[in-house]
Each structure stands twice: as structure tokens, then as C-alpha cells.
Design a protein around this ligand. Structure first.
Ligand code: FSX
Ligand code: SF4
Length: 298
């Protein structure tokens, strides 16, 4: 349990246009558990103070909106802002509202802008917050954008880390947070060109896939339950940067390809539009040389 000597790190967690799967994923964290994260010191002398999280907090209404405003009016650079979900801009932001002022709903983009500007660090958690993701898929009637594009449009230059994944692995979030508490903000060379920590997103799924030998031999599965590489069935592992094959999910139980599904490339900015149809083979010209840096489109 945190004691009086402990340094508190306030976190404000906003949920914009998404499915809340990012929260659910982090809530399923095993090591540390979410209880350890919220109640204990995840590092000696350092305690996460989750001041606002729509799914976890018990309060509601004016009391919690007031808390949001109070933290935002505190010292510049004194809190971490986590954004989950894409930011809808159409219809003056009316597709995603948080709280009210003078009887009118406040668009989420207002909060992301005002809190993002003064944050010590902003974490865009999930593919929707990082790149737009599913809410920004072709058609995009709500004109959803990711945090990076939103900040660029408002000249907001606060440090931003992208932790995509639909959903993101809980370790990617908690590992990033723990690393910041230990060593401070990541150095530029620790992030890839898309602002993702290389520690988690530095390699291609295809490089560490246990079915890779089948790919090299040209032994391809004809259906999802077959032995063999799932490339012909649409696996996007060759163009997807994540450590799923070695980290595994659900307390090391399994991962998409391991349980007979294919990698859908959910951590990439090209997801879902340019990686669709999910069950169709990627074009040969999109296959990078293995081990080379992927050229990211879009
Ligand atoms: Fe997006 Fe979060 Fe996918 Fe869902 O809310 S990254 S739709 S798993 O969970 O934003
Ligand atoms: Fe594994 Fe997919 Fe690569 Fe085949 S194409 S080796 S299934 S990541």
C-alpha cells in the first residue's frame, strides 16, 4: 500500500470512440494485476493515482467532471493523460460527449485538447487513439482521427507515445508506464517512426512466428485448422510489428496464430482499411524483405 513518502503520479484516462476493449485488456493485466497497479506501489516509492477513468471510478456526474477540471488546472506537466478511442470531429464533436456545461454536452475533443496541451505525457492507447482504427475506417461518418493527427491540427506538442493494438496487450501499457517511472520519458531512438516503443513493436510478427518454418518451406494451410503457414489465408504477420508470438496473451496462454487464427495486423496504421479483407492474402508487393524495416503506408 502506498505510504506518505510515496510520490503520486496522477493519471487521467479518457474514453473516446472505441469499444472499451483497451480498458478491458489493461484490467486483465496479470503481472502486476490491476489491483497492484491501482492500490500498491508498482515501483518502490511510486504510486499511480488514477484520478479519472470512466470504467473504473465509482463516482459519476459533476463530482468526477469537477475532478477532471481540477487535475487539468493543476501544475503544467504534472499528470499523464491516457486517451483510449479515436476522436470524432464531425458535427462539432457531438458523437462523443463527456460532461455538460450550461446544459450542453462537452465534446471529447475539448478534453483531449485542453488536457493534452498541459500533460507531462500523453499515451494514445489502442489503435483507435493512435491512428484512428476502426472508428476511422473508410466512410468515417463521424470524422474520427487519432490523437497524433488531432494534436498536429491543434499545434499541440506534448510528448506522445502510441501503444496501438485492437486491443493493446496489457504489458505494452504497464511496461511503458513502469519504464517511464524508472527511467523517465523514452528517448527518441527508443520509439519507432510511428511513436511506438521498439521494446514491444520493434520486430515483425512473421520473424518470430512458430509457423515460420512452414512459410520458408512453402507449406501453406488451406483452411484455418490445417497445419502450415496461414499466409495464403490472409495472415498479416509479415507486415505487422508486435511481439505477440513471444509475449503471448492471457497470461502467456496463446496468441492469434497459435490458436489457429491469423494475424490481422491490428497494431498498424493501415488497419483496418488497407489490411482488409482480413481473410485475403496480402499482395506480393506489400511483402517486405524479412528483417528489413517496413515501409509504412498512409
Ligand atoms: Fe479501439 Fe479501445 Fe480496438 Fe476497442 O476503446 S483499439 S476498438 S479493442 O478498445 O479503442
Ligand atoms: Fe506465421 Fe503468418 Fe508469417 Fe505464416 S505468414 S509464418 S502464419 S506470421
Amino acid at each position: 500500500m502506498a505510504d506518505l513518502e510515496t510520490v503520486e503520479y496522477p493519471i487521467i484516462w479518457l474514453q473516446a470512440a472505441g469499444c472499451t476493449g483497451c480498458s478491458v485488456s489493461v484490467l486483465n493485466s496479470v503481472s502486476p494485476t490491476i489491483k497492484n497497479l491501482l492500490v500498491d506501489e508498482i515501483l518502490p516509492g511510486k504510486h499511480i493515482d488514477m484520478r479519472f477513468h470512466p470504467t473504473v471510478m465509482a463516482g459519476s456526474g459533476e463530482a468526477v467532471i469537477g475532478e477532471l477540471e481540477r487535475v487539468g488546472q493543476g501544475d503544467r506537466g504534472s499528470y499523464v493523460l491516457v486517451v483510449e478511442g479515436a476522436i470524432p470531429l464531425a458535427q462539432e464533436g457531438s458523437y462523443c460527449l463527456l460532461g455538460e456545461r450550461d446544459g450542453q454536452g462537452v465534446p471529447i475533443f475539448h478534453w483531449v485538447e485542453s488536457l493534452g496541451r498541459d500533460a507531462l505525457l500523453v499515451i494514445a492507447l489502442g489503435t483507435c487513439a493512435s491512428f484512428g482504427g476502426i472508428p476511422a475506417a473508410a466512410g468515417n461518418p463521424t470524422n474520427c482521427v487519432g490523437v497524433r493527427d488531432f494534436f498536429a491540427s491543434r499545434q499541440i506538442t506534448s510528448p506522445l507515445i502510441n501503444l496501438p493494438g485492437c486491443p493493446p496487450h496489457p504489458d505494452w501499457f504497464i511496461g511503458t508506464l513502469a519504464s517511464i517511472l524508472l527511467f523517465g520519458l523514452p528517448k527518441l531512438e527508443e520509439l519507432d517512426v510511428l511513436g511506438r516503443p521498439k521494446a514491444f513493436y520493434g520486430g515483425l510478427v512473421h520473424e518470430n512466428c512458430p509457423r515460420r518454418a512452414y512459410f520458408d518451406e512453402g507449406k501453406f494451410a488451406k483452411s484455418l485448422s490445417d497445419e502450415g503457414c496461414l499466409y495464403e489465408l490472409g495472415c498479416k504477420g509479415p507486415v505487422t510489428h508486435a511481439d505477440c508470438p513471444t509475449r503471448l496473451w492471457n497470461q502467456g496462454t496463446n496468441w492469434c496464430v497459435g490458436c489457429g487464427g491469423l494475424c490481422i495486423g491490428c497494431v498498424e496504421p493501415t488497419f483496418p482499411d488497407l489490411l482488409s479483407p482480413l481473410y485475403e492474402r496480402i499482395a506480393d508487393e506489400d511483402m517486405p524483405g524479412i528483417g528489413e524495416q517496413q515501409v509504412v503506408k498512409g
